[in-house]
Design a binder for this molecule. Structure first.
Ligand SMILES: [Zn+2]
Length: 295
């Protein structure tokens, strides 16, 4: 059983009343951490990550109103891509939920709410449904989001993209899109000899509309902040060095030895740049999925 199959299996057992239901994250080390996109609904706060039976440090949680993906190159897709590339996310799950207000709110209601907030109609985009991604079916919305992520050139064909629906009343998780199956279909089709499968060129096309050469990369790197911090430190230590040298010139004719200077620098760094504690704080063992009583 693969990770999300085990998650759903454990979830169903928990919902059915099995108090021992859960999974051993260590068994799935190669498939962790996972990235989940959910709605902003605060009722979800109590569910995650417990409902997936995953420890918090193996769970990268993204949220937006209605767990909507608008575009293969949107900011949310970019965040998903970096969550994989930088944070090592192995699988993506778009997790919708029942009773989603983004799905239930009508255009008229939305206009009224905005008016109450002082936002008049003419200040809003023409096509409200499209702009805010209002949807009528939570399942369809999850399918659509998965499809866009699956076809995003930023995500690549190695990451399974699942779609799940959480029942907010019972805590039950259900498959909407099984990302392993989609991935298998994709792999089989890519392995078919070109010419034998008429759809292969189309599939390849849909997978590679993106050319790296067309992208302009900013010169600043993601890790620039770290080097800025180093600059800051060296400036500070440089200043300290200058002060020490000045003092040495005034007070004593003896030049300060490199060793003493290094000691000063180390002392300064110690004081102004505290090291993290040697032992990392203990992460509490996550509780198993708690069954939610059916009403
Ligand atoms: Zn919602």
């Amino acid at each position: 059983m693969r990770l999300f199959e085990a998650i759903i299996d454990a979830n169903h057992r928990a919902v059915a009343g099995d108090k021992e239901a859960g999974l051993h994250p260590a068994d799935y080390a190669d498939e962790l951490p996972v990235i989940a996109l959910t709605c902003i609904d605060p009722r979800l706060n109590a569910f995650f990550p417990n409902v997936l039976a995953l420890p918090a440090d193996q769970f990268i949680w993204l949220r937006n109103a209605g767990n909507i993906i608008f575009d293969p190159m949107s900011s949310m897709t970019r965040t998903l891509a970096l969550a994989c590339a930088v944070k090592g996310g192995k699988e993506i799950a778009v997790i919708g939920h029942t009773d989603c207000l983004v799905g239930k709110t009508t255009t008229l209601q939305l206009l009224e709410r905005f008016k109450e907030l002082g936002v008049e109609r003419h200040l809003l985009p023409e096509n409200l449904n499209e702009f805010f991604g209002l949807f009528s079916s939570e399942r369809q919305n999850v399918i659509k989001s998965c499809d866009i992520v699956r076809h995003s050139p930023l995500i690549g064909p190695k990451i399974p993209v699942h779609g799940l629906l959480l029942n907010i009343e019972t805590g039950e998780l259900d498959w909407v899109v099984n990302g392993y199956q989609t991935l298998d279909v994709l792999a089989n089709r890519l392995n078919e000899p070109v010419g034998q499968a008429g759809s292969t060129p189309d599939l390849m096309k849909s997978l590679s509309p993106f050319h790296l050469g067309e992208m302009k990369f900013p010169e600043a790197k993601i890790g620039e902040l770290a080097s800025k911090a180093e600059d800051w430190l060296s400036k500070k230590t440089g200043k300290l060095g200058a002060t020490v040298q000045e003092a040495a010139k005034d007070v004593a004719p003896v030049a300060q030895s490199a060793e003493a200077f290094a000691k000063n620098v180390a002392g300064f760094a110690e004081k102004h740049w505290p090291k993290p504690p040697e032992k990392p704080p203990k992460i509490p063992v996550p509780p198993p999925i708690r069954p939610v009583k059916r009403r």
